[in-house]
Structures are given as C-alpha cells and as structure tokens.
Design a protein around this ligand. Structure first.
Ligand code: F6R
Length: 358
C-alpha cells in the first residue's frame, strides 16, 4: 500500500536508504559475503561478462561495467536485450551472462536467455522477483531485495541493482585476489550511500523548486556528464521523459559539441553531473560552452568536486557506485515535473510495468 504517500513513486524513492541497509545486512555476514560459491567460481573463470538488460536495468548495467572491470578485473560488454538477441556479436571463448531485470519477466531479455541456454552457457539473473521467469531459467539468481516496486518508473530497483552488482563484483574480485576488491569496504560504502540518500530525500522542497524553475513550460531538457556521470545521465533523462513527457536526452558532455549543441537555445535546461574525477574539469568546460549559448544550467556535484555556485551538492561515496546517490536528485526532479503537469506519476501513458512482448 501507499501508506501516507499519494504516489508509489515517492514512497519508493524514500525507501532507498532502507534498501541499501537491507542489501548490506543480507549479503554480508561480518566480512564474509553470502553468495553461491559455484556461481563465484563460474563468474571468476569467465574471460568476459555480458550484461544484458533493457531500460533502467540497462542503465544499471552500464554502471556495472565499471564496477566489474575494476573490482573483478574482467572485461565487460553491456548489451541491450532487444538488440543482442537478434544481432549477437562474436562471443569470447568463456562468456558468462548476467541478466538484470527488476520484474524478471521482460520478453526482450528472456529471448536472449533462451538462446544463451541453447548455447549451453551459464548465467545469472539479478532480479527483484525471486521466482520470476528469468530467475527460474538462469543458472543462478541474486535478489535485489528492494521490495515490490509498483510505480512504472523504476527507482529503488536501479539503486539496488548497482549495489548488488557491487556485492558480486567484490566477491568475485576477492575470490580472484584482486586488490581493488580487497580494499573496498563495501559495507561502509552502502552505509554512506544510505545516509547520503537520506539527506537528499529530506530536502524534497528544494527539488520541487528546481523542477518549477527549470522545467515549467519547457519542451526539451538535457542531462550531461562524463564517465560514470554519462551512464547516470542516461538514466536521469529516461526518468524525466517517461513521467513528465518532456523530451530529454542524456549526453556524454564532450560529445555535445559534435552536433547536439545546435539544440541549445536561450533557457534550454541543462543538468550537468560532476562526480567523475577524471571528467570533472572537462565537464566544467562543456558547461561554459552551453552557458555561452544561453542554456539554463544546474550543476549536480558531490562534495569532492563541488565548486562555488553549484546548486545541488550531494555527499561523496566511492565513485564507481556514486550513481546510487546522485540519481536521487534526478528522480525527485522528474517526480515534481510530472506532478506539476498533472500527469499520472505512477502510471505514465503508453507504458506498462513489465514489458512481455518483444
Ligand atoms: C524505466 C522502466 C523500464 C524498465 C524496463 C526493464 O523506469 O521502468 O525502462 O526498466 O522495461 O524492465 P525490467 O527491469 O523489469 O526487465
């Protein structure tokens, strides 16, 4: 039930700190990580991971690529389920497949899993629904533990998925003796993430003001960032477009100047993310480029990279998993933009919670 909330989406946004704590207490037993040992051996012996997903889960997969490459020291391909099934690239010699699916019922993802099973490869489904089709048909399952997600726009399943990817990547990395995995205190990071999200959701009024100020009467909006912030920008833009119906694009900050900057006019809203250390200085430069064309820019940075004048500054957590925290302002901005337009926040037009056609 919605309890005291008017919408499931806002309730689910607010549940994210509790979800982070639940994932930490479920998957950790002291310092030991509770995951299937056979699965660990399977993943650790793969020469490449293929993460397959759709929509928001695909965006969680893009974040996962960095996490697995860093902590588990294995190359990762991230694939859209609707493309991969019909245009399967040449696979590596020892592939392992990871399916990300909140519902566990997405037909596009399932048709890839059916092929993977036919080819005899092993797979893992990370899902919020333990006895779902994708869970039953894969070799292994890891649960997201986000609790039922009712709003069509996915929020807590995205942040949960990133956290669960980090759990597996750390476990595999430790199994393989990867230093980065041994050194990351993921329990501490998940606790920091929970607290950081709490500080953001405690300041909801601020995001309503931002939505009103930046998006009232607007037809287009952009989210930009580099590296981990680029992956995040794609999710932030999807959240905004699917419930507010404002056309929004997530863009690699450095790529704008190769064409898309022609769309920037006076007062075009541009939300710029700065949590990626390598990209930070260059993204500042890209902000100047759009400001010079009249864009109305809002900077969302973390404490480490914040500069004077940044409008939204979020607490810092480990950069690899930072979208767990920095996505929350975008979830709230999308929510308030949708509400202001009188839309059905929980059930946007043309969309269903799980898409069971290819
Ligand atoms: C976005 C959204 C969709 C789903 C996508 C995949 O908010 O809800 O993009 O993320 O349809 O669904 P699952 O994760 O259930 O496979």
């Amino acid at each position: 039930s919605k309890g005291t909330y008017d919408t499931f989406m806002l309730k689910e946004i607010d549940e994210q700190p509790a979800v982070m704590r639940k994932i930490s207490s479920h998957y950790f037993d002291g310092k030991k990580i509770n995951v299937d040992q056979k699965m660990l051996e399977d993943v650790a012996s793969a020469d490449r991971l293929y993460i397959v997903a759709a929509g928001t889960s695909y965006h969680a997969a893009l974040v996962g690529k960095d996490i697995f490459e860093n902590l588990a020291d294995v190359p990762v391909d991230v694939e859209l389920a609707s493309e991969f099934g019909y245009h399967m690239p040449k696979l590596s010699k020892k592939p392992f497949f990871i399916f990300l699916s909140q519902s566990g019922e997405t037909a596009d993802s399932r048709q890839v899993l059916v092929k993977v099973n036919e080819l005899g490869y092993h797979s893992l489904t990370m899902t919020n629904v333990a006895n779902s089709t994708l869970s039953r048909e894969a070799t292994y399952t890891m649960e997201l533990l986000a609790g039922p997600e009712i709003a069509v726009a996915s929020t807590k399943a995205y942040t949960a998925n990133i956290a669960v990817e980090a759990v597996l990547a750390k476990a595999v990395g430790e199994f393989k003796g990867v230093k980065a995995a041994q050194e990351l205190d993921l329990q501490e990071q998940l606790a920091l993430a929970a607290n950081a999200i709490q500080t953001i959701v405690d300041e909801k009024g601020k995001f309503k003001e931002i939505a009103d100020d930046y998006l009232t009467g607007k037809k287009d909006a952009f989210y930009i960032g580099r590296g981990i912030d680029y992956a995040l920008s794609l999710e932030a833009a999807l959240k905004l477009k699917e419930i507010s119906y404002i056309h929004s694009e997530g863009f690699a900050a450095g790529e704008l100047k190769h064409g898309t900057i022609s769309l920037i006019e006076k007062d075009t809203p541009v939300f710029a993310y700065i949590n990626d250390g390598v990209g930070a200085a260059h993204t500042r430069g890209n902000i100047q480029e759009v400001v010079a064309r009249g864009a109305h820019v809002l900077v969302i940075s973390n404490k480490k990279y914040a500069e004077k004048g940044d409008q939204v500054v979020v607490p810092e957590i480990d950069e690899m998993i930072s979208p767990i925290v920095s996505v929350v302002p975008a979830q709230l901005i999308a929510y308030y933009a949708s509400l202001a337009r009188g839309n059905n926040v929980d059930q946007p037009r043309n969309l269903a919670k799980s898409v069971t056609v290819e």
